[in-house]
Design a protein around this ligand. Structure first.
Ligand SMILES: [Zn+2]
Length: 75
């Protein structure tokens, strides 16, 4: 198995921390080397489960408007 390493210090342990970028209103995570702090990637911080539950609540509401009972997970 290949082990990912930092291109700056050759470290192999990484951490994620919220990143603020001026003018960007989404919550981002910087994936950085735990040893030197060199950023190796930036990803969006999303809670996919909460997004799906919110979407399911919307679908349930729409279904109710048409007299349908949808058995979707909302929690
Ligand atoms: Zn490093």
């Amino acid at each position: 198995m290949t082990v990912s390493n930092c291109t700056k210090c050759d470290g192999t342990v990484f951490e994620a921390a919220e990143l603020t970028i001026e003018g960007v209103d989404r919550v981002l995570l910087a994936i950085h080397c735990a040893g030197c702090g060199g950023v190796v990637s930036v990803v969006e911080k999303r809670d996919i489960a909460s997004m799906i539950h919110q979407q399911n609540r919307g679908l349930i509401f729409v279904g109710q408007q048409f007299g349908m009972k949808l058995g979707l997970d909302t929690e």
